[in-house]
Design a protein around this ligand. Sequence first.
Ligand SMILES: Nc1ncnc2c1ncn2[C@@H]1O[C@H](COP(=O)(O)OP(=O)(O)OP(=O)(O)O)[C@@H](O)[C@H]1O
Ligand SMILES: [Mg+2]
Length: 643
Amino acid sequence: MNNFDFANLIKQDREDRQHRQFSGTFLDYLEIVKENPRHEAMLAHQRMHGQLVAPGVEVIKTEEHPRLKRIYGNATIKRYNFFKKHFFGIDTSIMKIMRYFHSASMQGEEARQVLYLVGPVGAGKSSLMEALKKALEMSAPIYVIKDCPMRETPLHLIPKHLRPQFEEALGIKIEGDLCPICRYRLKNEYNGEFERMPVAMAEFSIRSRKGVGVVPPVDPNNQDTSVLIGSVDISKLDLYSEDDPRVMSLNGAFNVGNRGLVEFIEVFKNEVEYLHAMITATQEKSIPSPGKGPMIYFDGIILAHSNEAEWNKFKSDHTNEAILDRIVKVEVPYCLELDEEVKIYQKILRSSSFNAHIAPHTIEIASMFAILTRLTQSAKVDTLTKLKIYNGEEIVEKGSTKKVDIFELHEESPREGMTGISTRFIMKAIDTALSDSENDCINPLAIIDTLIKATKELPLPDEDKKRYLGFLQDTIKKEYGKILEKEVTRAFILGYKEQAESLFNNYLDHAEAFVNSTKIKDCNTSEELDPDIQFLQSIEEQIGITGTAALGFRQDVTSYMFSVLRSKSKIDYTSYEPLKEAIEKKLTASVKELSRIITKARVRDGEQEGKYNAMADEMKRNGYCDHCCNVVLKYAANNLWKD
Ligand SMILES: Nc1ncnc2c1ncn2[C@@H]1O[C@H](COP(=O)(O)OP(=O)(O)OP(=O)(O)O)[C@@H](O)[C@H]1O
Ligand SMILES: [Mg+2]
């Protein structure tokens, strides 16, 4: 860093920026149009669509991804690189947003509709809007009529009677008319010689309101439309008449958002007149001018968002039908996939300056709580199982994968994801735990405690509160106990993975020989041996498979592995969920007694001490620090392995 060349960076940047500048007449500009007519005739929705797809699109066929297949069925999922790093678990909403922009960019009916996002608090609506605004900021500067308050396209200068010729020569369609101010200047300053009008380049900027207009909910007593369409500058009324364009200040959200976007925050908090202005802008592509002037052409994306309660209120009023018909509604529910929810907090934590240590499973436990509160109770499965199904996990029951139709679960509760604990609540709890931690380390137990305290303070109906606390004090504690027990016992087994692989390979060899009534060749002695039934049973019994069920299981395993091999995928001990579970249980069982005794012991002899330390070291290699390792092992000793 010390020898970083700032001077060079600044110089380079200035040179780059000079390329982004242009100053000339409309005639000069036409040379540029000739080079790339389509680019210059591009409308706002096309520009946005281009920006969003430019970083790349990943088309995923779920058939090739078992986990995604379990979540989405046989669907094709598109993941847009533009959103990928910042948004998690809301692929469906993003795909809908992209569908809107795609169809709008083709000049479909969507180009004349408002894109409206609805969802619960903290589900990422504002962040999605921010992302779209950033996309504009990142886009290349556009050519505009110099000093036009609407930054309108110079192509508007071409008079109506010449348009057919221009359009044919350039192979484009030219839409829209000059704004009153440019029209006035053309007539009075340039004597109607439009080819002499000056053209410049302009960037998009959120902060300086260039191409991005934002409309916050307006105080109902003061729904002055100047926020939307600008106003008449009263001080100039002494000089000019009221219909003279020079009295207009075109600085409303629609004026500055022309060619870019206009965002309506909490859209339905505004009076209905406001919404009508919004609808005219999108449907007719024009906005009123302040005072007595004519309508002004407008080309921009109109975005709106609100929470569900406001949507429902608005929707229930029949007089609003005309507006409803002009809205493309996209639901942005909470993320319901555990693994993705974890990524949300990791993202937010990365951008914060907390640097305390976070023990394994801490964020996972907090996310688990968030998702459990968002799920509705089902008659088919318990809520934790539902969480796992939504996370694409395989549920093993009595030796086979449990078949629960995820789509039936969705059908059962279509509003799922629209209620429950928000990301912000969880993030605040993580922050609190982080700033309260005395040892610069937070762990799952600390986060559970913080969440319990915070939940108790939530203004919630008693019934919900009881259910939420139940998740924390019961469901999640138990689940964490299982996770921890597995982790500790695993840490006792040196080379856990290798041992699991070796059990797996042995099992496959023997099961296959058994199924095909063949022999197994001992690789050392070349001796032909019968399959070892006792060994097979010792694995199977771990997941409760005994007697005749075992034959079926061995057949299932072998045919499954063959099918995997045929599709040229690799197999390992995790390939077939029931067998994986059996192997893990077998390994765990082999050290369970030992781990119980050694972890619980107050005094350890030399050998026990050695084993304990080796286990603790392994835990630390897996992400624990001295402090949290100590805390969770004490917890394990006192709470797991009940005598
Ligand atoms: N699915 C998600 N993926 C990534 N980040 C998310 C997701 N959901 C929420 N967040 C993060 O949670 C925080 C809150 O989100 P945001 O402010 O966008 O919510 P909102 O829907 O606008 O809420 P409100 O209705 O309260 O305005 C942000 O930091 C956002 O990045
Ligand atoms: Mg918001």
